[in-house]
Design a protein around this ligand. Structure first.
Ligand code: FE2
Length: 312
């Protein structure tokens, strides 16, 4: 068999299905942790590819950062356009007062996003698999569209906090179907900013939604806004949450309503992760979601693309 460019050289996943207990944990807690899911060789391949993307990335003068600061997100055209592209976002602390990088580019990137699963052959091969489609179906997502991908670096010393949030406000569907598949490419520890989550928190309400406000018009202006829906407070971090300390190769599946958080990384070790968010193709996807695809880059189903890849 001739391998296509981007095919992984090792089996994509070490495990193929979730057990009954793991499915029950997901429905009870809103998340499930599956260790030894991605073989070490595949983690290494994804890491190497992410580093190549950063190496080839030519930043603009703007040095777009990614933080959970609302204004930063709201006013950023590159962030909005990244839903249909591959863009590298900087850590806030990587930019000095003069607007220049304070360290080398490879140690300055917060994440790559948000369409690498459709535009990069290595991440496409990892994301579109029958196994992941079957896991999604077992979780209730029988027609999974791959919506958003991110490679997160959580850089040593400067990896920023990601405030406690639900994913559904950013990737909204009616009904809510967004499901996150998060893969630890490196060990995630208390020191380097592992995920934390609120067990059972997915049973709580959607607090708000993040909406586009049009194109901002001439001269820009805020391009997005949060619309508050429910004043139920989010859990306090970290005291209301549990840490998900996991070794490289672990998959964590996160319900779209689950509150989760990660701390700053002040350690000397990075905490790389890849995440893929899927939605149901049969749910309504509003035009006000921040992530919009052009006609020539439509969203694709995990199962259909995986089937085509196997038979190609
Ligand atoms: Fe999230």
């Amino acid at each position: 068999m001739v391998r296509r460019r981007g095919d992984l050289t090792a089996p994509t996943y070490a495990r193929r299905v979730l057990s009954i207990d793991q499915l029950a944990a997901y429905h009870r807690d809103g998340f499930v942790v599956v260790e030894e899911f991605v073989p070490p060789a595949v983690c290494e391949q994804l890491q190497a590819r992410a580093e190549e993307i950063v190496e080839a990335f030519e930043p603009t003068e703007q040095h777009t950062v990614f933080t959970t600061d609302e204004q930063e997100r709201a006013s950023n055209r590159e962030f909005l356009d990244s839903g249909a592209g591959i863009w590298c976002f900087f850590e806030a602390e990587a930019i000095g007062p003069d607007g220049r990088l304070v360290t080398d580019k490879a140690r300055s990137i917060n994440k790559i996003g948000h369409a690498m699963h459709d535009l990069d052959p290595v991440f496409e091969a990892f994301s579109y698999t029958r196994e992941l489609a079957e896991i999604a179906a077992d979780l209730g997502l029988t027609d999974p569209l791959a919506l958003q991908s991110m490679y997160i670096f959580k850089q040593p010393h400067i990896g920023g906090e990601v405030g406690c949030h639900q994913d559904a406000p950013f990737l909204y569907t009616d009904p809510i179907t967004v499901t996150g598949f998060w893969f630890a490419i490196e060990d995630a520890t208390l020191d380097n900013g592992c995920l934390w989550a609120q067990p059972g928190g997915h049973l709580g309400p959607l607090r708000r939604v993040f909406q586009r406000r049009g194109d901002g018009g001439e001269g820009g202006g805020d391009l997005t806004e949060f619309v508050e829906l429910d004043d139920t407070p989010m859990p306090r971090a970290p005291q209301d949450l549990v840490p998900l300390v996991v070794p490289a190769g672990t998959m964590v599946v996160l319900h779209g309503l689950l509150p989760h958080w990660s701390d700053v990384n002040r350690s000397a070790k990075s905490r790389h992760a890849y995440s893929l968010h899927c939605i149901s193709a049969s749910a309504e996807y509003p035009a006000w979601n921040w992530l919009q695809r052009p006609r020539d880059l439509p969203l694709r189903r995990l199962d259909e693309v995986a089937r085509r890849r196997v038979s190609a």
